[in-house]
Design a binder for this molecule. Structure first.
Ligand SMILES: Nc1ncnc2c1ncn2[C@@H]1O[C@H](COP(=O)(O)OP(=O)(O)O)[C@@H](O)[C@H]1O
Ligand SMILES: [Mg+2]
Length: 407
């Protein structure tokens, strides 16, 4: 079995969790309040923040520090609500008195609802109500982990009132790089310091993805900058696909909008992705029609905002391409969609590459025969007849030669 470094190096104690000093302190304070006879006022905590920054780890580590058992709840399973009621209520009866009459608390159980954003189905208000109910009467600590705090509490004011909010931020580049260095040391992997800093920077706070990349890169004898750069835009595309899926498959305008905000992508660029993939996702003509209406309106606003330097118009454009497109469908299409890279961008980058090749070749012609660009067409003709000689004379690479021959 390949060991998964993310699991292997999951922090065991809260002080091993990188970053979020304040968040960790709040958690500790809250947990401390469970030690007494009186239950703390707020039975639950909502830990919110971006993926891969240590939210789940912090909850588990806290439980470990406190000696709490963890009951992980999968609330997508309806039956769980019944069992959680049971678990949440048991605390009081389990408390006993020692022989000398002193109070002996039984082991606490942490009820953990991980990825609670997904747990409450979109129409499933019952799930939220059940959790609120549990938060009211629980004798046990409860932690909900979500990516987006506001989208959760907007469903229920009670949820907001009954919980403590702990917002996790992206850990710093330095903190992440140090962690990566420690892992390398432990695994006997040789790595440039600069390369680890680069990895830490590229992951934008997502430690999970940084560790995954590290494990992949560790297959090479030494990790250097070039290795890291070769990972390229992989994560970026994954991110884009995820946000596209949110926009296309979500039921609420808000969700589509926030998904885009989590992405570090220029709106005009993102619109190309929407434009390319809308007809792949929206199969009903009416949905497609309405969808493209929003795409074209969005494009209009983008152009206006650029022309007039009126960047408030950007936010309209963004609303149209996210919330607008999301609401264009009658109902979401089920199942997985394989999204495509925008063909316009592909063409552009090919064109850019061609331009690069062309200017390299012109330079070489200039060195050998002079009159660089004026001789280009002539050299092309010769190359078609005798590619090898031309390649040898000009010292051309394969790509350059094929550019000449096909052009
Ligand atoms: N702050 C952190 N400190 C140490 N390791 C972390 C941290 N954040 C993430 N990791 C690593 O990434 C993995 C996934 O983290 P996790 O806590 O599940 O992230 P989240 O719940 O925020 O998506 C962990 O198993 C751990 O190896
Ligand atoms: Mg998690």
């Amino acid at each position: 079995m390949i060991d998964d470094w993310c699991e292997k190096y999951r922090p065991k104690a809260l002080n091993e969790v990188v970053g979020n000093k304040q968040g960790k302190e709040r958690l500790m304070e809250w947990a401390g309040a469970w030690k007494g006879r009186e239950k703390p006022q707020k039975k639950g905590v909502i830990i919110s923040g971006n993926p891969g920054i240590g939210k789940t780890s912090a909850a588990l580590a806290l439980a470990n520090d406190m000696g709490w058992e963890v009951v992980e709840l999968n609330a997508s399973d309806k039956r769980d609500y019944e069992s959680i009621n049971g678990i949440a209520g048991v605390g009081a009866v389990n408390e006993t008195f020692g022989i000398d009459g002193s109070f002996v608390p039984k082991k606490k159980r942490l009820i953990l609802l991980d990825e609670a954003d997904n747990l409450f189905g979109r129409e499933d208000r019952g799930g939220v109500r059940a959790i609120v109910e549990v938060l009211r009467k629980s004798q046990q600590p409860i932690i909900l982990v979500v990516n987006d705090y506001y989208s959760l509490v907007s469903r229920s004011g009670a949820l907001r009132n009954l919980t403590l909010q702990v917002d996790f931020r992206r850990p710093t580049k330095r903190g992440i790089a140090n962690l990566l260095a420690k892992i390398c040391e432990f695994e006997g992997v040789e790595a440039d310091e600069g390369a680890l800093t680069l990895l830490a920077e590229n992951c934008k706070g997502d430690i999970r993805s940084a560790i995954r990349d590290l494990q992949l890169l560790a297959l090479s004898p030494k990790i250097d900058d070039e290795n890291v750069l070769s990972l390229g835009g992989r994560d970026r595309e994954e991110d884009l696909f995820r946000v596209l899926a949110k926009v296309f498959k979500s039921n609420t305008a808000q969700e589509a909008r926030t998904a885009f905000q989590s992405l570090d992508e220029a709106p005009d660029h993102f619109l190309l992705w929407i434009d390319e993939n809308l007809p792949i996702e929206y199969k009903k003509p009416a949905d497609m029609y309405r969808g493209f209406y929003f795409v074209s309106r969005s494009d209009l606003f983008l152009n206006r905002s650029a022309k007039r330097q009126a960047y408030v118009l950007w936010s309209y454009a963004i609303d149209l391409m996210t919330a607008g497109v999301a609401s264009a469908k009658e109902k979401p299409y089920q199942g997985f969609t394989r999204y495509r890279f925008p063909s316009y961008l592909k063409k552009m980058s090919l064109a850019r590459k061609d331009r690069g090749l062309r200017s390299d070749i012109v330079k070489k012609i200039d060195e050998v025969w002079g009159r660089g660009s004026k001789n280009l067409d002539l050299v092309k003709e010769i190359a078609k007849k005798d590619p090898e000689t031309v390649a040898r004379k000009l010292d051309l690479g394969d790509e350059e030669l094929s550019f000449l021959v096909k052009g």
